[in-house]
Design a protein around this ligand. Structure first.
Ligand SMILES: [Zn+2]
Length: 343
């Protein structure tokens, strides 16, 4: 497979390999979250530093590869947001990182991280080769971070290559985008996604793939803020399946159990999408095994209200990181959810 860490990344990996001949100053790899963009960029970064890559992939044996593995390569700068670092634990960090559910992890690269770049790029290569900067995610930056990054990209020092990874091209500054060569990653086909999960011994691969929107890697994310234990998830889904029969006692019981807000919102969104789909006579997208339940709840659905409610959920999600009172928000949303059904 060469450079591609997963089969569905063969094409973008080929595109990256073509750049080797005449390496640009910056490459932007973009694709949906969980499609393997970061993994591909990481493999490419390593192969650029490796002294004898094999078919475009890092050899894993040379001194450069050993330094990379130990997280010690002086010419590699990896900038990950706190949240991404929790999801993609770096090999040398496994022990020390203990993420608690309460701690709010930043989804953004910090301005300090961007500032640390200027020193990195302005000093000469310590190992005598090129220097590589990998930034993920490059799309959630605020104006400050973006303009600091832009400054560095504007005067790209020779021998330094920037690999930017983005889940959402639209939210990137056009001025940054225009300075990059762009490589697009498309998600796996359902067959590839299922085969991947099956090979990892995941039970019910088809259903799991649907649940994670066709992105098999999301199954393995260990971000505690995004993933909750299955028992809790089932309790919420049981409750949502009640539709108009939901009562306030159930709502209070559920929200009293310290249900983390972000997964709460994600599960609700998905359940609402399934309700709408089934009401419209289409197949459920996320919770296939609850199809019958969802279908029967959807018969009492007020579609117009539900569409408005789905918008509201999305808004809440945007502010979930800074929400002060998760319990109240959850109670309020569950009441509104109940009102989306005709009595
Ligand atoms: Zn190597």
């Amino acid at each position: 497979m060469g450079l591609a860490p997963f089969v569905w990344l063969t094409k973008p990996a080929e595109a990256l390999n073509k750049f080797r001949v005449n390496l640009p100053g910056a490459i932007l790899i973009h694709g949906p979250r969980g499609s393997g963009t970061f993994e591909l960029a990481n493999a490419f970064a390593r192969s650029l530093l490796c002294s004898s890559p094999i078919e475009g992939a890092p050899c894993g044996e040379c001194p450069e590869c050993k330094l990379l593995e130990a997280g010690n390569h002086p010419d590699f700068k990896l900038l990950l947001s706190e949240a991404e670092e929790a999801i993609h634990p770096l090999p040398w960090q496994k022990e020390e990182k203990t993420v608690t559910a309460k701690k709010s992890l930043s989804r953004q690269i910090s301005i300090e991280q961007i500032r640390s770049l200027s020193e990195f790029v302005s000093t000469s290569s310590r190992r005598g080769g090129r220097k590589v900067v990998l930034i993920y995610p490059a799309d959630t930056m605020m104006a400050d971070q973006s303009s600091a990054l832009l400054k560095t990209l504007e005067e790209p020092p020779a021998g330094v290559i920037f690999l930017l990874v983005s889940d959402n091209l639209d939210s990137m500054l056009p001025t940054i985008r225009s300075r990059c060569q762009i490589v697009r990653v498309t998600p796996p086909t359902p067959e590839q996604g299922c085969a991947f999960l099956k090979a990892k011994n995941v039970e019910h691969p088809e259903e799991m793939l649907a649940k994670f929107g066709g992105m098999p890697l999301l199954y393995f994310e260990e971000d505690v803020k995004l993933k909750i234990d299955e028992k809790k998830e089932e309790i919420l889904l049981d409750l949502l399946a009640k539709g108009k029969n939901l009562d306030s006692r159930m709502i209070i019981e559920l929200t009293a159990s310290d249900f983390p807000l972000l997964p709460f919102l994600t599960l609700m969104q998905r359940c609402c999408v399934d309700l709408i789909l089934m009401r419209e006579g289409l197949n459920a997208r996320y919770f296939l095994r609850r199809k019958e339940q969802i279908k029967s709840a959807s018969t009492a659905l007020d579609l117009r209200k539900m569409y408005g409610f789905v918008d509201e959920l999305a808004q809440n999600k945007r502010h979930a990181q800074i929400a002060l009172n998760a319990r109240l928000i959850e109670q309020d949303l569950l009441m509104k959810y109940k009102n989306c059904f005709v009595n």
